[in-house]
Design a protein around this ligand. Sequence first.
Ligand code: PRP
Length: 213
Amino acid sequence: MKYLTIALAKGRLAKQTLALLEQTGITCEEMKDKDTRKLIFVNEELGLKFFLSKTSDVPTYVEYGAADIGVVGSDTILEEGRKILEVLDLGLGKCRMCVAGPASARELLQKNEIIRVASKYPKIAKDYFYNKKHQTVEIVKLNGSVELAPIVGLSEVIVDIVETGSTLKENGLEVLEEICPLSARVVVNEASMKMQRERITKIVKDLKQALNE
Ligand code: PRP
């Protein structure tokens, strides 16, 4: 039996996904060892391989077929824009992609002013401002703690993930516009879906059922 390879995004989502897979009878004992430095794990019996990668690389592994299946947030899917099939919304890690900033920036958005937008998600930000709002902006790519940008005067607003809203609140910022809801998705390599359709659809179907239990 050919191995089926599953790419998981390092962190909380991987843990939640593994718990869900376990409900469907798919386990990987090796992966539970917290001290391991191994990157790839095998379940010989089920013919499955698992690996943990940086979140933003999951769609890349899946597009190139290095992983047949991946589990990753829809923020990463949108930002990476890879040619992959999105087959299931796991409903995990629900949050929102938003434009945020100080209350005073609301006016700048309404007046279509040329403003600076800082984000870890330049593609999503560009698509929103250029294609949806038809507002010309300057996008500045940052790699984290994006909330700092409007506070220190790097940008007027940010495009970022809002989950509880507490990071914004504690920094005197607020949601100004909502771009889209986000959650974890199961993605599949296009060729794998053709060659291994039966095995992949069984896993997806079992996951769907586990979600409803
Ligand atoms: C994310 C996001 C926000 C925060 C939102 O950051 O970029 O900063 O979580 O969560 P909240 O609405 O519940 O406060 P993350 O922790 O991934 O770190 P980062 O700042 O490095 O992006």
